[in-house]
Design a protein. Structure first.
Length: 558
């Protein structure tokens, strides 16, 4: 399976808090009616106790041997495309002919829809039942989700990215009202009807349980890292500069490469990476256990304050592209990969291959590479990560059994693995239109970049793999070398194995608090306001969340 998005790319939108302002204001009232007993104080579920509702795992026989082995949880990599493909599914999954409504996110221009896309027409023909997508801007996807939840009007198939789940209060209550309970369709050996789904990692299915029932099909992450710091190595090489190995080197180089007269600046907003360099905690959004074993949030740590001071100085020194500073909707990825107006860019790991493939067509010398993570003061770095799925596919509640089974067959088809005809059609479209054959495998055409926006990927799951990417032949080896090194220092999550729904007050206050710290970073509020902001955060859900986290560990016997 090849995908331009990974858990990291998805997490990028979550951590940047782009377009999520409506969640804080709207999510509480909107979901208040979803249950007569709203879980306003949050809940904790021990996932070790839900084995009875999970599908029985079974590997697919058509899987191909990996070329590069990933150190788990890093997936394996494939550098060569299969020379022959198999039909993973022999019968059309769609039988009713009844149109399926689906909603998925996209980052960038929305692709043409049904009847206007050769790609969608081709995939729908293979499915046997048409899927009609509503594509929503990934940066404002939360707004649309909240409106749908409030109206209790969801499509047949709904993609809900994992970071949106984390931001919506009382989401567990909403699942019982809006979506089909899939437990009896998929638990145990029942999943054998859907062999692609049966191949998914069991951990991803555990994350798809709410209220001790299975409510969604997971789209497992193809990498544990939410962020990477990328550099234009081709531009560093031209200046005789090497990739920095410490924060001091990075900041010094930032000053050296910033050249406003020639419209070049060192950085996009790299605050998440600066936090990581300072070993700020990232588990469950920023929690860890302090020396006495009590939960503490990143805002309360000296590491976070140090990261704030460093990042605010980066802003003050004018090292960040001014369009980003002004919040004028600047596309930092384009400024970095296409224009070279930014030299160091923070993004999800999934950004890497797509940006390299797209922009190297114009700039043959383009070389995007990650900067290995380092620790302020030396020693081993702290690398944020998690194994949550990229997204979940939910099926609308109230549908007849035959329709639910048809929709699961559609999702099963969309989850076909590398080496299958179905996966090639899903990822690369029609030969001669959306891709051309090369020795390394299919290479996308301009029409593919216009029409294929991971629509069917976002209503699927799959057994995660990396590559192959014939248009970027070095990518898989580069990514796996980076990932296998970084995974050695992956942060340990004290709440691993616990599914937490944080208190509604805590969730609702998340974005407003981040906005206050953004004001500090950008010089609109002084650093002396930090303690007051933290005090407000504690009173507005922070201490309530701390109590939930402590109780969850005690009850789990951890």
């Amino acid at each position: 399976m090849t995908s331009r998005f990974s858990g990291g790319t998805s997490r990028r939108t979550f951590l940047e808090l782009v377009g999520l302002g409506a969640v804080a204001a709207a999510a509480g009232p909107i979901l208040a009616g979803c249950s007569s007993k709203p879980t306003s104080s949050g809940t904790a579920q021990n996932l070790d106790k839900v084995a009875g509702v999970l599908p029985t795992h079974k590997d697919l026989s058509l899987s191909i041997k990996a070329d590069v082995i990933g150190t788990r949880p890093v997936p394996d990599g494939y550098t060569k495309y299969p020379t022959s493909l198999v039909d993973a599914i022999t019968e059309k999954p769609g039988t009713s002919g009844q149109e399926i409504r689906a909603m998925t996110p996209a980052w960038g221009p929305a692709p043409p829809g049904i009847g206007k896309s050769a790609y969608i027409d081709a995939v729908n023909a293979d499915l046997g039942t048409p899927v009609n997508f509503t594509i929503q801007d990934g940066n404002t996807y939360a707004d649309k989700l909240n409106a749908m939840f409030g109206a209790r009007d969801v499509p047949d198939l709904l993609c809900v990215p994992s970071w949106e789940v984390e931001k919506i209060p009382r989401f567990a209550d909403a699942t019982k009202v809006l979506f089909t309970d899939l437990t009896d369709y998929l638990k145990g050996d029942a999943v054998a009807k859907y062999p692609m789904l049966a191949s998914f990692p069991t951990g991803s299915w555990r994350n798809s349980v709410w209220n001790e029932r299975l409510y969604a099909v997971p789209n497992p992450t193809d990498g544990p890292f939410p962020w990477a710091l990328f550099t234009r190595k081709d531009l560093l090489d031209k200046k005789g500069l090497t990739v920095p190995k410490s924060l001091d080197e990075l900041l010094a180089m930032g000053k050296e490469v910033t050249d406003p007269k020639n419209k070049v600046w060192a950085f996009s907003d790299i605050f998440a990476m600066v936090q990581m360099f300072h070993k700020v905690p990232g588990s469950k959004g920023g929690w860890r256990l302090n020396a006495s074993g009590a939960p503490e949030f990143k805002y309360e740590t000296p590491e976070y304050k140090a990261a704030l001071e460093v990042m605010s100085k980066v802003y003050k020194d004018g090292l960040i592209h001014p369009d980003i500073v002004a919040s004028k909707g600047a596309d930092a990825s384009q400024l970095f990969a296409r224009n070279g107006a930014i030299i160091f860019h923070q993004a999800g790991v999934g950004f890497w291959q797509g940006a390299q493939a797209e922009h190297q067509k114009v700039n043959k010398e383009l070389n995007i590479q990650p900067v290995p993570i380092f620790a302020v003061g030396g020693g081993n770095p702290l690398v944020w990560g998690d194994d949550e799925p990229i997204s979940y596919t939910f099926i609308k509640a109230g549908l007849p059994k035959e329709r639910v089974e048809e929709l699961l067959r559609i999702v099963n088809w969309c989850s076909a693995p590398l080496g299958s005809q179905e996966a090639q059609l899903r990822d690369y479209g029609v030969a001669g239109k959306h891709h051309t054959a090369t020795p390394g495998g299919p290479t996308k055409t301009d029409l593919a970049f216009k029409e294929i926006a991971n629509q069917y990927f976002f209503i699927s799951g799959r057994n995660p793999t990396i590559g192959p990417f014939p248009d970027t032949p070095n990518y898989v080896n580069d990514l796996l070398a980076y990932s296998n090194e970084m995974v050695k220092n992956l942060e340990k999550d004290p709440w691993d194995g616990l599914k937490l729904e944080m208190p509604a007050k805590y969730k609702a206050n998340a974005v407003p608090t981040e906005e206050k710290f953004t004001d500090v970073l950008r010089g609109r509020r002084p650093l002396t306001d930090v303690d007051a902001i933290v005090t407000e955060w504690k009173a507005n859900g922070g201490d309530e969340a701390r109590a939930l986290l402590a109780k969850a560990l005690t009850e789990a016997g951890k």
